[in-house]
Ligand binder design. Structure first.
Ligand code: GAF
Length: 379
């Protein structure tokens, strides 16, 4: 994979890169729409991700090309780019250069060639992987040492303030800070984190990720409107963030039933993250099954971010004997995660496929999902 990215760099720019950096996509075990409510999340990094092959340019110009977005290289003039001024995929990478410069880091120009094996819009955090690959490449090229939590903050800033999508900190943290064989328990308020061992095979289970092939788009207004609803609920309850609500009875003070349901999802999913963490620490991976399915119901009925293909996949998988399943990521498209006893995967995947077939939907794609390391320089 390093060789392929280096070759792509040569195709784009006619010479060798100085290095190739990898940043992975992620699976979130549980804790959805909790990050921007200053709550908990529990993602793990995938093997699949984004590679940035890169080399310095002395004139300050940033050049970007992507194997997944054919066309001439995008050229960003020397100096901090203008927020919103670089359209499309390149905005995520240019935004990272902008965030680094804004924070006072002396990054200069570069040629960057992007190559990815992560489907876009599949809810596996391809945007954050692109940001993080660019971040580790640019800081690596210029010998700038930035602690991963700060780099995650800057990569998120690119997405929030340059591209203009108000996402939380989960995806960038996962891409930069996950450890192989572990899920990352992240407190999105303090940014305290713990590596939680995740070894499904040792526990006699398998984690499946099914791309439902329905595509999502955070730039759409639904993610933002959920975020605003949570902020309104917190303000009405007089707390800094919904993270501060631990007693569900407090939510009775919200008159608006929609706000009450939105808040209930956040409060209950935060609890579920801590419950799943405790189960994983005790080696009971199978025990998280019912919590995954509860999380799905909460996202479907209270937060209302699920989509038909996810509901059908979760229903068919659990009916076929899966231990639990839920939609993953921001919602409105993307992937589902399914927990099955070892040996049951084929039956469960076939059951989901049959239900899709009956509806004339394209078959879901099985995405290999092992807990791998966060971003690194490929050697
Ligand atoms: C997207 C966002 F980028 C994350 O910050 C998070 O809010 C997630 O949706 C929902 O949990 O992946």
């Amino acid at each position: 994979m390093r060789a392929a990215a280096a070759r792509w760099f040569r195709d784009c720019y006619g010479r060798d890169p100085a290095g190739v950096w990898h940043a992975p996509g992620r699976v979130n075990l549980i804790g959805e729409h909790t990050d921007y409510n200053e709550g908990y999340v529990l993602p793990f990094a995938l093997a699949q991700g984004v590679r940035a092959a890169a080399r310095r340019r002395d004139d300050g110009v940033l050049e970007l090309c992507s194997r997944q977005a054919p066309g001439p290289a995008v050229r960003v003039a020397a100096g901090p780019p203008t927020p919103g001024g670089v359209p499309g995929w390149a905005g995520y990478a240019a935004g990272v250069a902008w965030a680094l410069m804004e924070a006072g880091y002396a990054v200069g120009g570069a040629r960057v060639a992007i190559d990815a094996d992560l489907p876009q819009g599949a809810g596996l955090s391809s945007s954050a992987a692109l940001e993080c690959a660019t971040a580790v490449a640019l800081t690596g090229l210029y010998g700038i040492a930035i602690a991963p939590p700060e780099l995650a903050r800057l990569a998120r800033r690119a997405e929030n303030d340059f591209v203009g999508v108000p996402t939380g900190i989960m995806d960038q943290s996962a891409s930069l800070e996950c450890a192989r064989g572990h899920a990352l328990l992240l407190d999105c308020r303090s940014l305290a984190m713990a590596q939680v061992p995740l070894d499904p095979a040792a526990a006699g289970v398998e984690l499946l990720v099914l791309d439902t092939r329905a595509r999502h788009e955070h730039a759409g207004g639904s993610y933002t409107s959920r975020r605003r609803a949570c902020e309104r609920a917190a303000a009405l309850l007089g707390v800094p963030a919904l993270r501060d609500v631990t007693d569900l009875a407090q939510l009775d003070r919200l008159r608006d039933p929609v706000l009450r349901r939105r808040a209930r999802h956040v409060v209950t999913d935060n609890r579920r993250v801590l419950e799943v963490t405790a189960l994983l620490r005790s080696g009971d991976v199978a025990g998280m099954g019912p919590l995954l399915t509860e999380s799905h119901r909460s996202l479907r009925d209270d937060f209302e971010v699920s989509w038909p293909q996810a509901d059908v996949a979760v229903g068919a998988a659990t009916a076929a004997g899966a231990l639990g399943a839920r939609m993953m990521g921001g919602g409105f498209g993307g992937s589902v995660i399914v927990l099955v006893a070892a040996g049951r995967a084929a039956r469960v995947v076939a059951a989901v496929g049959e239900e899709y077939d009956r509806r004339n939907w394209p078959a879901p794609a099985l995405v290999p999902a092992a807990a791998e390391a966060g971003a690194y320089l490929m050697t």
